[in-house]
Design a binder for this molecule. Sequence first.
Ligand code: 7TS
Length: 409
Amino acid sequence: MNKSISSAIRDDFPVLSRKVHGDRPLVYLDNAATSQKPEAVIAAVAGYYRRTNSNVHRGMHALAEEATGEYEAARRAVGDFLGAPDPAGVIFTRGTTESINLVAQSWGGSVLRPGDEILISVMEHHSNIVPWQLVAQRTGAVVKAVPLTPEGDLDLEVMDRLLSERTKLVSITQVSNALGTVNPVDTILAKAKAAGAKVLIDGAQSAPHMPVDVKAMGCDFFVCSGHKMCGPTGIGALIAPAELLEAMPPFLGGGEMIDQVTIEGSTWADLPYKFEAGTPNIAGAVGWGAAIAYLNTLGMEAVERRVHELVEDAADRLSQEPGVTLTAHPQVRGGAVSFWLDDIHPHDVAQLVDQSGVAIRAGHVCCQPLMKHLGRPAINRASYSFYNTKADTTSLLEALRTTRKLFGY
Ligand code: 7TS
């Protein structure tokens, strides 16, 4: 464990050996959108459907018991991997977006009062903006945002001024999907706690690439998505202390989440089931459990070192490349580096580099307030995983040079 990760790791990921546009080897640099899946995860999902498929927590038969066992084992794996303070406080959701909506509607909807403030930041993904706006409309609370420095870090001095006894929640991403910035969560937590606010950390872009220990971090809510960490789509988690979740009303109503139902009213199941209405994504949870077992064999310190090395190299080489301007120079960089190529529209850039087999993202990357801050409607983004190589960056740079030539630069 904790060995350094070599390019041999690529053999674990079937899709990485495919070609696109005829004979172009795939260079996958869109990992912030979703990661690829190792054979172990694909086999776990297929194996679950082949061998075990049944509904959970209901049937009194062998398959139902096995399915329930595998689903609950996945919950324990997720909780252990992320340092959940309490196994009952690991709620399976569809992903980061649903987890944030759960907190906004359930916690926010029951606690927020007119004039209360929710503090986010200008670099947030839409899924850490819009749910707060929805609950603010319902409750009369106000959403405020910490601005950024020119380098693309949070402006912590302004954050100090924005925090007050009106601040009920600080909800901030640990790593920006758009700029790659790694935010200082310890500092954010200390400031927010001093103001008496609860803290939600959006771990969508941190959990895939670095060790996370929610208990040591000390946040109230931690959210992430399985599909960005080698697991299947449609599964994610909300992690929170049980006593906080106990005090929150249900988010969705239906089967699984009740204790007693009468036509007049209902009572709720114990945690975590109170927040898991309906048939859950059982195969997704099993696949995520397999993804976590896979990541554990690599060791998250080794994953973090590898991604850091790849992204620092990419940021260095991109910044020296004629025509390329980086969108940010953050103090610490996570898995992504974003840029502009001269004044060529980012959509054109992404489409043209795709012709060389290089998959990057273009657009507002679900961060329109950040685009407003940057003064441009869109960016290009290359985002890395531990299975990428420096040769992938070389392919990107070559494809960018071809693109510039086509545009007459
Ligand atoms: N928060 C951050 C920081 C994200 O990067 C994303 C997804 C989400 C929340 C939402 O996650 P979901 O799994 O619920 O969709 N980010 C991206 C991206 O950068 N490109 O596609 C999805």
